[in-house]
Design a protein. Sequence first.
Length: 158
Amino acid sequence: MRRILLLPLLLLLSGAVAAEEPIRIQDPIPLVDGRRIDPEIIESCDIQRGFTEALVREMKGRIVAVPGPLDTSKGRALKIEIDDADWSGNWFIGHVQLIQTRGTLYEDGRKVASFTGVRNLRGDLTSGCYNLTVGFRAHAWDIKRWLKKPVDGAQIGR
């Protein structure tokens, strides 16, 4: 008798412990309309695709990239946009990079929380594109931390 009652309980618990649905992001991450990004950075560095790949890699299965416009009306979706990316300097004096993003987490069409993000970086003896790639990887980590406990209006990466 106990085995019969225990089996449905185990099945019920295994369903509750099942992995959470992955969060969808748009592939590639879009740029904000009216952005302040130097066209050379967009053309030379492929920052949109690089940021998408950094997020998917950092989140290890908790985020999936979907092509085309992001549908936020069903499931879990994180709408992220790149607002600014800038670099200055050179190999001799070093590079300084700035990355600014904004994002909103949705669940079944309802806004859960949003963030604005900034990452400032310095790099030496490497290309500006490489340093921006490193910056987007670091910013993916910022977003990962925010997703653990999303707070509306958060400023991340500072």
